[in-house]
Design a protein around this ligand. Structure first.
Ligand SMILES: [Zn+2]
Ligand SMILES: [Zn+2]
Length: 331
């Protein structure tokens, strides 16, 4: 099978002809149709996250069909079914976090496209228990960005509770998806972009945001919650200052530049700062239930597998307006 492989961080991915993986007990062999590119892939490829497996096939928003089921495949799946494979690839099921419905924090969790090989390839194997059925509403390209930008974005959104006035800092892929759910649920949406990025501010207003401005602006009303999707640490104190009493700032990314110091008065009155780590299977089930009802619309740009590095370069430089989705066309 063909695969795009990371040999070393900060180097272009290499196209390799590799042996097709074999599913072991409980695993599915999946013929990959599409794999969306996530900002986390950039953090891995650029060495901003510590390398934990090299060489590595990146990619964790995988859509494909089951080609083979490993022995004792005690799953609900059959050959030919369409599945989605997310970032959370395996947990031990027995640590204190797994036993308290917090498998996203599992001590021994394995992650697709990071600690185990992912979806920049024609085939992959995945633990059946962590694969999702995907709503028929979406085709293979449309549904791919929902598997991380959508799903972990949704976990960030749920952390804001029933906040009525919701701020979103950084209006990229995840923000665009979550904004649609927030509006569907009747929240007032305030969108913060790079200062001067009128185009993105217009598109946020077009989507239904009550207000859009630069990240250095104060919103016209205090916010009950803010989600930060940009990996920019200085946005944390900025968002904190925009909060009403008791509000929460949720950091939705896996990596962020350092957070500058700020006066305690900005945190006072029970304001909260939280990060969001990974996902649970339950997040996925909830999200794939609500997404087609909204319906959440994804905006994508497709690339052939061999152009994965081009897709990453365009993502890094900010040229890419939509979510890059790799398309395999395996024969
Ligand atoms: Zn665990
Ligand atoms: Zn991701």
């Amino acid at each position: 099978m063909r695969a795009m492989v990371l040999d070393k961080p900060r180097q272009p991915l290499q196209l390799r002809d590799m042996e097709k993986p074999r599913p072991s007990k409980g695993q599915l062999l999946v013929r990959i149709a599409t794999c969306a590119v996530c900002r986390t892939d950039l953090h891995v490829v650029d060495g901003e996250l510590p390398a934990s497996k090299l060489p590595l096939i990146p990619g964790h928003q995988i859509v494909g069909r089951i080609e083979e089921i490993g022995e004792e495949g005690n799953s609900n799946f059959k050959v030919g079914d369409r599945v989605g494979i997310p970032w959370l690839g395996w947990t031990d099921g027995e640590c204190v976090y797994c036993r308290s419905n917090r498998e996203n924090l599992c001590d021994r969790a394995r992650f697709t496209g990071y600690t185990i090989d992912g979806g920049y390839a024609e085939f992959t194997v995945a633990d059946a228990r962590f694969c999702f059925r995907l709503p028929d509403h979406y085709d293979d390209v449309e549904v791919a960005p929902l598997l991380c930008a959508g799903l972990i974005g949704y976990r960030s959104y749920r952390k804001t509770g029933d906040a009525r006035r919701l701020g979103i800092y950084g209006f990229g892929n995840a923000a665009h998806l979550i904004a649609q759910i927030a509006l569907y649920e009747g929240r007032d949406l305030f969108v913060f972009t790079r200062p001067g990025d009128m185009e993105t501010q217009q598109s946020a207003k077009g989507l239904g945001a009550k207000w859009a401005g630069g990240s250095d602006d104060m919103p016209p009303e205090k916010l009950d919650a803010a989600i930060i999707f940009a990996s920019v640490g200085p946005l944390v104190p900025a968002a904190l200052r925009a909060l009403a009493k008791g509000g929460i700032v949720v950091c939705g990314g896996i990596h962020m530049s350092d957070i500058p110091s700020f006066p305690y008065a900005d945190l006072w009155e029970e304001r909260v700062i939280s990060s969001v780590a990974n996902l649970t299977r339950r997040d996925g089930e909830e999200f794939f239930d609500i997404a087609p009802r909204v319906p959440v619309v994804t905006k994508t740009q497709t690339f052939p597998l061999e152009q994965a590095s081009t897709a990453l370069d365009r993502f890094r430089s900010g040229e890419l307006k939509d979510t890059a989705v790799l398309v395999m066309n395996a024969s």
